[in-house]
Design a protein around this ligand. Structure first.
Ligand code: DLL
Length: 435
């Protein structure tokens, strides 16, 4: 039995979904033009009026929106309503400068709750579950986003937020948590902590985890599933487009369903920002069809993925996105070669004896050099020097085959690389000025 929150919406036939998106897009174009000065100006610049938008296919006539547009109008300049209609403000901190601020009306919070109810249920969660929500509560959208969706479906939600791993495990045991929600990095750390403290995970009631907010490979998924003895599902989202709940894997674990009655998603070429042919990799751009506080047209995420429009075996018709393989702005260029951190993670996670923690360091001496610190498991670490040397060579070879650039692998003892309760920072680029 497929676990739907809103079966009618989630299984709407493709043609009806397309027609609905077209209608909503027309309304959105008018709404933005009339209520957001920034969009009115953009429309005028490219010489269009809202009436030019007659259906979904006209989306490419509309202007693109960039993260910098939000920054340039910090904090509330792109709002479509006065502040007295805003009931929630979140923000996501970038690596530099001011955070990206996002605002919600009452309708937006209700809609996000609907999206999150679908999102929590798609991996098979029901009202009988006890959800330990270890995403951060606060300006970050993860904690409250999950909270509202979990309550909406009638599950028991534990608003524990991130951190204090000892307490996480105590509560997990005592309250009988069946679902864990946090970043994959934190899930990995919880598994490690349990092992170190002789907590038998097979005795926990935990069945599933919904992990996201950062890129993670299928190999890391396998590690987490094995270590915690659960099923792990990927969830994607970004603050600008509500937060979590833009897409999630269903029980088929074969791509994340994007809730298309709320968004139009496009995949754009990284260089030209023109749409790529169906099934090809591109940057995701989202148009919000229902947001009223901060509506966004063709918002460039920089996240790279592939879309699959086939109906899923779960019956949901909504388009699926593959795991995000990286961000266009995360790509490292080392000696002229493009390197994605996700390629490195994926390669490392295939190697037994690697603990799951790694750090990529780019140094600039005369030429750029790529160093990868790889943390070993206790078992591997106790091996003799000769074995370790061979192990290092194997990893270096594997990385070279994938990246086509030499990486210097530095094997480090268990427990030495930083742990996180939120998003992991895997890359240290010493070439950038601020390090
Ligand atoms: O991370 C929202 C969220 C919370 C998603 C909880 C899932 C679960 P931001 O902090 O604004 O919002 O970061 C958004 O994180 O553009 C991606 O680059 C990355 N990201 C989020 N989910 C995934 C994922 C939240 N499943 C940015 N895989 C996005 C890969 C992800 N990257």
């Amino acid at each position: 039995m497929v676990n739907y929150w809103n079966k009618e919406a989630e299984t709407l036939p493709r043609d009806e979904l397309d027609a609905l998106q077209g209608k909503k897009l027309q309304k959105l174009a008018k709404y933005c033009y009339e209520n957001v000065e920034f969009y009115k100006k953009k429309f005028k610049e490219i010489g269009i009026i809202p009436d030019d938008i007659k259906g979904k296919e006209d989306i490419t006539k509309l202007p693109l929106t960039y993260k910098d547009d939000l920054r340039d109008h910090y904090p509330f300049g792109l709002n479509a309503v006065p502040m007295d209609q805003i009931i929630r403000i979140h923000a996501s901190s970038g690596t530099t400068g001011k955070p990206t601020v996002v605002t919600y009306t009452k309708k937006d919070i209700d809609d996000w709750t609907e999206l999150m109810a679908r999102t929590v249920m798609a991996p098979g969660v029901t009202h009988k579950d006890v959800i330990q929500n270890a995403y951060g509560y606060g300006l970050f959208t993860g904690g409250l986003g999950f909270h509202y969706g979990a309550e909406k479906i009638g599950a028991s939600v534990i608003p524990i937020s991130g951190g204090n791993t000892e307490r996480q495990l105590m509560i997990m045991q005592d309250f009988g948590s069946t679902i864990m929600t946090c970043t994959p990095s934190y899930a990995l750390y919880i598994a490690e902590y349990a092992k170190q403290n002789n907590i038998d995970v097979s005795k926990l009631a935990l069945k599933k985890g919904i992990f996201g907010a950062e890129p993670w490979s299928d190999n890391l998924r396998k590690t987490i599933e094995d270590e915690l003895e659960i099923d792990a599902y990927d969830i994607y989202g970004l603050s600008e487009i509500y937060g979590p709940g833009v897409s999630v894997e269903c029980e088929e674990k074969n791509g994340m369903h994007i809730w298309e009655d709320f968004f139009i998603v496009e995949t754009l070429d990284q260089e030209t920002l023109e749409p790529v042919p169906p099934g090809e990799e591109g940057i995701l751009a989202f148009t919000t069809l229902e947001k009223t506080g901060l509506p966004l047209i063709r918002y460039i995420t920089n996240d790279i993925s592939i879309l699959n429009r086939e109906t899923c075996t779960c019956g949901r018709t909504h388009v699926r996105m593959k795991k995000v393989t990286g961000r266009a702005d995360d790509m490292l260029i080392v000696r002229g070669i493009n390197v994605f951190p996700s390629q490195i993670e994926s390669a490392l996670m295939q190697i037994p004896g690697v603990a799951g923690y790694y750090q990529i360091i780019i140094n600039r001496d005369i030429i750029d050099s790529l160093e990868v610190k790889v943390e070993l498991t206790e078992e591997t670490f106790s091996d003799e020097m000769k074995v370790l040397e061979q192990f290092k060579n194997t990893i270096e070879e594997k990385l070279y085959n994938i990246l086509q650039v030499r990486a210097d692998v530095d094997l480090v003892p268990p427990g030495t690389l930083p742990r996180t309760e939120g998003k992991a920072k895997h890359v240290i680029d010493k070439r950038s000025k601020n390090i």
